[in-house]
Design a protein around this ligand. Structure first.
Ligand SMILES: [Zn+2]
Length: 552
């Protein structure tokens, strides 16, 4: 049957049965739409499961990108320079890792370990340690190109060491405190997102709470967050939490408990109680959040096994050379081990020891046996002191309980952060979290163990960190947002690094985009360096030169 075109225009009947006519009309209508709206996208991702980062349920649809921003979501009509069918994959905001030590991005600008697990924005400067002059660092970085976006905290420890001329077990003088505040004020004015403390490390460990409050006020007045590697993550965690709450209260600021954990068997199974304490601080009106990595081992310097009094002021070698002082240090180490609830140091594995790479990957008893002939506790302590004497090492510490980890993970205000630097592929035996943290959450804790829903896991990697650290236009997929996007297959996404064999990138990432530029494609970093410096309150420099992705 043949009907005139005119009569088919309003007739559903005809437009659905008469294909050529329908096609013609559709094309005509779409052309009009283009002309009217000027739609012309750079990229359209088709047929994905959109998870927008707010925690809202996934829905089927497309995401269109233009000029580095999300232009449209849902059913997207029109065409783009490139269209990619991502059927079977999730389209999520790029992941934001608020707890990194990625200062080494200066020399490793691709940050491949992060990009290849979907991370598109990094917060540097954690645990009290940062660049001192962030303004200069940002300007230097902006003259180069790099793959992820970067923001930074200013490190209280860095500032304290500079103002006081070293690491000292005393309060700062009035003049030194004024200096600390001025360094922090400058960093905030340069765009820092807040201030971090590392209260187990030199020199932060010597700072009393009133000093921290005074310095934190400078940050609070400028709208920044306070983040803390707390004084104690074991049996005295309650006191540590109270200190965080006190600083948040007095500084009129948000606060983040960094890498929340209960470390050492004597402190295990108290995660519910810890979260209750945080909940009651929030009920009081304090904005307390926390981050966590998805592993039951931590990683930091091996020197943490040695009392800080022995290391203070750069006089470790001198003290160890004196038999009386050395005997006292050893006695303290026995006490620390006992309080922790472990019989020896087999929980500590050397990750990177420059002076003797043969020890990398060995636990302390194994290393003691290799080097000193036996793994007696005395020899284990001797080995730890010797490593410190010869420049120190980083280590992996197996010290957490899986149930505690999961309880923290489930909490609505826990975000996902790796506590890693940029990894140099194949070097040493570092903690695998730097390669796998986000993929491990999506694979192990969403797909396998069902601890989290996929939507909630994504929110903990995107919307929640963006809100807490005030990263404007990031972390949520909506029109106008920066096009940082992770596209992954929820059925296969996997972390592949292990403690023994960490140097394996995550897989399952079809695409990772940074400011609209495809940076990872089919689990390969393709070299794009389209990251930006993210300053607090979005005081971005214009990056006309970065609009089109650079390849290297
Ligand atoms: Zn830390």
């Amino acid at each position: 049957m043949h009907r005139p075109v005119a009569s088919s225009f309003h007739s559903k009947d005809v437009s659905f049965t008469n294909i050529p006519v329908r096609k013609l009309l559709l094309t005509f209508a779409l052309t009009l739409t283009f002309l009217a709206r000027g739609e012309n996208y750079d990229l359209i991702l088709r047929n994905g499961q959109i998870i927008d980062g707010t925690g809202a349920p996934a829905y089927h649809g497309d995401v269109a990108i233009a000029n580095g921003r999300v232009a449209a979501l849902g059913k997207v009509d029109g065409t783009a320079k490139r269209e990619i069918d991502v059927v079977g994959n999730v389209i999520a905001p790029g992941f934001i890792d608020v707890h990194t030590h990625a200062e080494d991005i200066e020399t490793l600008p691709l940050a491949e370990n992060f990009l290849r697990m979907g991370v598109t924005s990094l917060v540097l400067g954690n645990c009290g340690s940062s660049k001192l002059d962030l303004g200069k660092f940002y300007n230097d970085m902006e003259r180069k190109t790099f793959s992820p976006n970067i923001a930074s905290l200013v490190g209280h420890g860095t500032v304290r060491a500079k103002a006081m001329g070293g690491s000292f077990d005393r309060p700062p003088s009035a003049a030194e405190l004024a200096k600390m505040k001025s360094y922090v004020a400058k960093a905030m004015d340069d765009g820092a997102v807040g201030m971090s403390t590392g209260l187990i490390y030199l020199p932060g460990t010597f700072a009393k709470t009133d000093e921290l409050v005074e310095v934190a006020k400078v940050v609070g007045a400028r709208g920044g967050i306070y983040t803390s590697h707390m004084r104690d993550e074991g049996t005295h965690i309650d006191d540590s939490l109270s200190e965080v709450f006190h600083i948040a209260r007095e500084g009129h600021m948000r606060a983040e408990v960094s890498h929340i954990k209960l470390s050492g068997p004597t402190s295990w199974h108290r995660s519910e109680q810890v979260l209750k304490e945080i909940e009651s601080a929030r009920a009081e009106g304090l904005k307390i959040t926390q981050d966590e990595y998805a592993y039951t081992a931590s990683s930091t310097s091996l020197s943490q096994l040695i009392p800080e009094g022995a290391r203070e002021g750069g006089k470790f070698k001198q003290r160890i050379a004196d038999p009386k002082q050395k005997a006292d240090i050893i006695k303290q180490m026995h006490g620390m081990l006992k309080r922790r609830g472990t019989p020896d140091y087999s929980y500590a594995v050397i990750a990177s020891f420059r002076a003797d790479k043969s020890l990398n990957g060995k636990n302390v008893p194994e290393a003691a046996k290799m080097k000193l002939g036996s793994d007696s506790l005395d020899n284990q302590i001797e080995l730890i002191l010797d490593v410190e004497k010869r420049g120190g090492a980083s280590a992996v510490f197996h010290g957490m309980d899986e149930q505690d980890l999961q309880t923290f993970l489930r909490h609505t205000n826990t975000m996902i952060a790796a506590d890693s630097g940029v990894r140099k592929f194949g070097e040493s035996v570092p903690h695998p979290r730097g390669y796998g943290n986000n993929a491990r959450v999506l694979g192990r804790y969403v797909r396998e163990l069902k601890v989290l829903t996929l939507e909630d896991a994504v929110r903990k990697m995107t919307g929640l960190p963006a809100m807490s650290f005030q990263l404007k236009d990031r972390g949520v997929l909506k029109p106008g947002a920066c096009a940082d996007i992770a596209v992954f297959d929820p059925a296969t996404v996997t972390d592949n690094g292990t403690y023994k064999d960490p140097h394996h990138y995550s897989t399952g990432f079809k695409l990772v985009l940074v400011n609209g530029a495809i940076t990872v494609e089919n689990d390969k970093h393709i070299g794009a360096r389209n990251g930006e410096v993210l300053r607090l309150n979005g005081s971005r420099k214009s990056h006309a030169h970065l609009v089109s992705p650079r390849q290297s």
